[in-house]
Design a protein around this ligand. Structure first.
Ligand code: PGA
Length: 259
């Protein structure tokens, strides 16, 4: 794991976006795994700026998103499909037919998840997977107690995730947050060739500590990334504040990135 610690989330988001821009320039057919939530928004803004400045094109890029709520159609303003359209896809030159989000309204959710895995495999796997992290250490919607080998499937949200998501979305109404989702599994995520995880704010400090310096455990599914050999963790000072070796990580990553 490479831990990049920046002064602000804006600085970290720009570095992460630059990494994606460079990868897409090098391979215009890059396959991206994308995430929703409040965390990746500044990075998506930077990615869109690079497209506007004609530094990069997404016309041959394909994307698969991490998760979607069960019971919300893509037209619902709290669905993850809607979120992606508004926060990224409508701002870059990607073909919408090349973007994939699990269908939360699928009649047969298990089949929907199997189809999703097969599509990713057919595309040659995910080149770069973008992730946030939950305050309980989850990646995608893989809550504590999920197998670290899990595949895309139906998952059940913890009360703390429902609370977090209601605070940031759903106008604060906890009873409107769906309790189930379709989510890529931890095993699925870890197969991505490269991982870019973003974590900002003091609310994420315990999760970041667990992910980086705790043992590998189902109790913090992000800790599975310790076994990935190309995982980049972008933090601000608050989210990195509980790391024992934070000065060492900051020096090492800055040296590797040539900062
Ligand atoms: P957030 O969610 O970006 O809205 O904090 C992250 C997550 O739950 O993975």
């Amino acid at each position: 794991m490479e831990i990049v610690i920046c002064k602000t989330k804006e600085e970290a988001s720009k570095l992460a976006a630059d990494m994606i821009t460079a990868a897409v320039k090098k391979n215009p057919k890059t396959v991206l795994g994308l995430a929703t939530g409040s965390t990746p928004v500044p990075m998506y803004t930077e990615m869109a700026k690079a497209v506007k400045a004609k530094k990069v094109s997404y016309k041959d890029v394909k994307t698969w998103n991490l998760d979607e709520y069960v019971g919300l159609p893509g037209t619902h303003d709290q669905s993850y499909r809607y979120f992606m359209n508004k926060n990224l896809f409508e701002k870059i030159d990607i073909k919408i037919s090349n973007t994939h989000v699990l269908n939360g309204m699928a009649k047969d959710p298990v089949k929907e998840c199997e189809k999703y895995e097969a599509q990713i495999k057919k595309a040659g796997g995910i080149d770069i997977q973008v992730l946030g992290i939950g305050s309980d250490g989850h990646i995608a919607f893989n809550e504590p107690g999920t197998s670290l080998k899990s595949r895309t499937g139906v998952v059940y949200l913890t009360p703390s995730t429902i609370k977090d998501n209601a605070r940031l979305f759903f106008k604060g109404k906890e009873d409107e947050v769906p309790t189930r989702a379709l989510s890529m599994g931890v095993g699925t995520i870890c197969e991505a060739k490269k991982i870019i995880l973003l974590a900002f704010g003091k609310n994420k400090a315990d999760a970041v500590k667990g992910m980086v310096e705790g043992g590998i455990s189902q109790f913090c599914t992000a800790s599975a990334l310790q076994e990935h050999n190309d995982a980049w963790i972008f933090c601000d000072e608050e989210s990195a504040s509980k790391l024992k070796l934070r000065n060492y990580y900051a020096w090492r990553s800055a040296t590797k990135l040539g900062l």
